[in-house]
Design a protein around this ligand. Sequence first.
Ligand SMILES: [Cu+2]
Length: 239
Amino acid sequence: MLLTLTGCSKDTVDSLKRLGLPEAASDRATYVHDLWIGSWIAAGIVGVAVWALILWVAFRYRRRADDELPDQVRYNLPIEVLYTIAPLIVVAVLFFFTIETQNKVLEPVANPDHTILVVGQQWSWTFSYLEEDAVDGKSVYDVGTPAQLPELWLVKDQTVTFELRSPDVIHSFWVPSFAMKLDVVPGRDNAFSVTPQRAGEFAGRCAELCGWQHSRMLFTLKVVDQAAFDAHLQDLQEA
Ligand SMILES: [Cu+2]
């Protein structure tokens, strides 16, 4: 109601409901969404409790007369134990749910529908579609430059595993709509899987400062149906 009166668009309202997180475009983004919202609710409860206690103490133990000094308290062991234990509990709870979310987000998939080799090189991306049926089991690739952004094509509702490789420095493969990024580290075989659940065009970028053209290390993600995907792979083969 208030938001309607202030003239906010539906997009703005939806974005506020997600507390600024991009709209989920994959199965695993929803886990991050839950952690994000849950963390803010927990922070809100703790925040309100702390403000209430501060206000209550300030009011309850205020000075009541000009010539009176309120009780001066020091070395209160129960209070000191409380403010040591309470933050530890807060950190432990956040840690637990973060690890739990991380395990779900990184859960490997045994037989993904597609495997894509993602090479992050200074300063663009190379996407190799490995052993695809649309091109008779061969592999095809798309290599980009900062001036000509590469495209990453995926099929809606089909699981893909990204294998991340870097020949030079550390990059980070990031699709904001998947609420997921993973470092691309030279000499280290990182991988993760997702199932895109919304068709459309999405932004992708490098999330690790990797040199002077880092900010141009962008790509376009297209989530399409099987026919469009197959046609694209055949185009890549002919290119
Ligand atoms: Cu980079």
